[in-house]
Structure formats: structure tokens, C-alpha cells
Ligand binder design. Sequence first.
Ligand SMILES: *Cc1c(COP(=O)(O)O)cnc(C)c1O
Ligand code: SF4
Length: 469
Amino acid sequence: MKDQPALPDRAWPRAEGSWGRSLRIFTERDIERIPALQRLPREQRFAMRVVARVLPFRVNEYVIEELIDWERVPTDPVFQLTFPQPGMLDPADFERVAHALRRDLPRPEVDALAHEIRAGLNPHPSGQQELNVPRLDGLPLDGMQHKYRETVLFFPSQGQTCHSYCTFCFRWAQFVGDQDLRFASREAQTLHTYLKQQREVTDLLITGGDPMVMKARHMERYLEPLLGPGLEHVRNVRIGTKSLSFWPQRYVEDADADELLGLLERLVEGGRHVALMIHQNHAQELRTPMAEEAIRRVRETGAVIRSQSPVLAHVNDDAASWSELWRRQVRLGIVPYYMFVERDTGARRYFELPLARAFEIYSAAMANVSGLARTARGPSMSAAPGKVEVNGVSEIAGERVFSLRFLQARDPAWLHRPFHATFDPTATWLDDLKPAWGEESFFWEEDFAAFRRRREMHSMTAVADGCEA
Ligand SMILES: *Cc1c(COP(=O)(O)O)cnc(C)c1O
Ligand code: SF4
């Protein structure tokens, strides 16, 4: 571990242009101070304040001024993605908070109400904590998850926030100050010790929040030791981030931008596959010269950029949005990786789509892109037993069925083996589905139940998406 930040190996030339925007952030308390919002009716701003008391709100000036088309508000996809909308809360909850704000109740009272409403929104689907937390010498490692044999997820404590917040994101539990809900670890040492013992782990996935909010010197503490002895088996380093969309300046003109790129380059030169797992919901996020410049500079390090994102009502629930996103990504050298189905947490009621609809969007978008963009798999549910892809809808043995398969599984033996569920046009998640042809269970269910009994776990929903994977 070093005290001095390492110097970049070489200078990273910048494109010409006028840059220089500072990271100016607005949160719930600043809603009335956002100039762009002044054009909206007062009632609409009030509704935003109501929702932002419950769900986290944070947006920066770059997103407001360069990614949102204010002419198209409220339907603009990036506006929907970052600004609180009335439909995100249950109408009764909305009214309770609205009432409290109108009566000007003291802040702690409104906080208590907001806390109660959040608690009802299921901030921790699937016992993510209990089921996937690894142990070192018998002690649980809080800042990590180890669900699939080859991959360890690490949540650095300095990376548990984001440059802006996505309104759909289940990570909100981590952002709203419920400290006990945080997964975090200050322990780079613990991470490396655990990895040294786990010889089957090939992939380290750094996630958050958004780990790219961290200073480069923190990132170095976590990643540089991978090049040292004992960690040769960790071949692939992925960093989950939305920064290419929300703050591309991170790679261009932040004070330590070059230091960060230098780190990525050293890992690549050390023989590691380095991937930025970016999260992009809409092509609009790619439209600025700053974003293009950031992509160019990241790719110059030899790191690969792969993109994944959920399909969401109000944001990207149409095939044209996806084919445009994938086409633009391919043009810029980004590899489309996953389309996720949104899971049951937070503002689910607002964003969720039936699986059948998600599959329609996916297949229509695929039909409209080059084979180079058909690397995106999905629509995929990150459920407790693994990532389950909806592969098709067909008529088999007299029944309309969903064909499904695991893209990632708790037991690698389950991978890529097709299984079928009775078609249900309203189903939105794996646990809404019933095995086809009256069969009693899916082929993997017995093994999975045994696994859960071993872990004394009973819940069966989701585990991961967003910026995580
Ligand atoms: C998606 C995911 C991974 C990575 O899976 P890949 O298919 O290798 O991209 C790892 N851990 C968890 C918990 C995940 O959800
Ligand atoms: S999706 Fe990613 S960037 Fe958006 S709020 Fe969640 S963790 Fe942050």
C-alpha cells in the first residue's frame, strides 16, 4: 500500500473543447433551487418534494443541463430516471406525506413517516445479506457477497453513493441513512485475505453505490495488490458504474482522472481483463462530447466497457430505445451485456413490466441491430437461485409456455438447461411463474430448497442488478 498516489505511466491527451463543469449536486432540500424546475407548475414541484422525502433524490448539474430534454419533461427518460414522480409512491402514502408537508410538520416527524413508508417497500429482497455473505475464519464479511463460485462482489465503503441517484434503484436503502442496511467494508486487507484463500475465484466485481465516486488512491488500495503475489488467480476485474452517464468528467477532468486511468492500465498490463460494467438506460446518456471523450479515454487503457441495464416502464419500455442504445454503444466500442428485469423493491409499482412485455421489447430490439449488438443477454431476472433468462414464448405440447434458462446459477450444473413455465401475461418475476404441463416443480427447485435449508433461509426473490453486476 502506498501513501503517494502513483503517477500515470504517460500523459492522457484530452480532446479540445470547453469543459470545466464542477460537480454541483442537488438533493431533496434543494428542489426549489433547481433553475430548470422553475418552469414546471408549483404543484408538480410540490409532488417531487413529497416523493423525495421518501425515496432518495440526488442529481447533478451535468445531468440536469446536458442529459435531460426539458422540452420533453415530464416524459423525458432521463428526467424519469432521476427525478421523483408522483406515481412512485402508493397514493395513500403520497397523501400522508403531502399532508404532513402542507401542515409544515417538524422535520423529525416527517422523517419518521418517511422511514415507516420505506420500511414497507422491502429494501432488502431475498435476504441478500444472509444468503450470500462469505466468511473468513468463521466471521461474516459484511462488505462482500459470494454467490457464484467464480465471482466475488466487493462493496468498498467509500463507494456507497452515486453521482446522481436512479429513481428505480433498490440501493436506495443504502443511500437514505439507514446505516444498519449498508453493506460496507473498510477492509481492503480482508478482501485480499479472503481472495487469497478462495482459489476458485477468477472474478472480482467492485460495486456500490458507484465505486467510481471514490478517489483513485482508494481504488488503488483495493486493486493494486491484485498484481502482487497470491492473487494471480483473480484474472478479471470488473467495476460496476454509472459514472460514464452521470459524471463522465470522472475520466476526463477530475483532478485524479489520469491517476485512475493509469491504475486501469497497470491492471491490463499486468494481464488482467479489466471491465467497466456500465449501467446505461437510454441512448440519451451517450449524447455529449464529454461522454464520448470519457469512453475514448477508458478504452485507451485497454479496459473493456460492457453495458447492462434494466428495462423500465417510463424510461426504456420500447424496442426502439434499446436498439438505438445498443447501436450507439457498438459504434462507441461498448459491448452490450445484459438486459435486466427490474426486481421487487422500492418504486416497483411505477417501473415494473410483465415478463412477456420485457421479452417482446428484447426480441424486437434484437431484430433491429447488427450481430455485434446481439451480445446482450436477457431479459434476465437476478433471482435467489441465479440469473434466469426469458428465452422465448412458445406453444409446446398444447400449452403456451415461457422457455427459461439460467445464465448464472448457484449450482453451475443448472446452467443453460432449458425449463418451462406456464405462460402468464401478468407475471413480472420468477416467483409468479408455475411449472408448465402441471409439473410439480422446476428441475432446480429441490436442490435449491436444500441449499436454503442449509443456510436456514426462506425467502426466494431477487439478488442483484442495477450497477452491481
Ligand atoms: C450477475 C452477478 C454476477 C456476475 O455474473 P456474470 O454472469 O458473470 O456477469 C456475480 N455475482 C452476482 C451476485 C450477480 O448477480
Ligand atoms: S442504479 Fe447505480 S447509479 Fe443508479 S442509483 Fe443505483 S447504484 Fe446508483
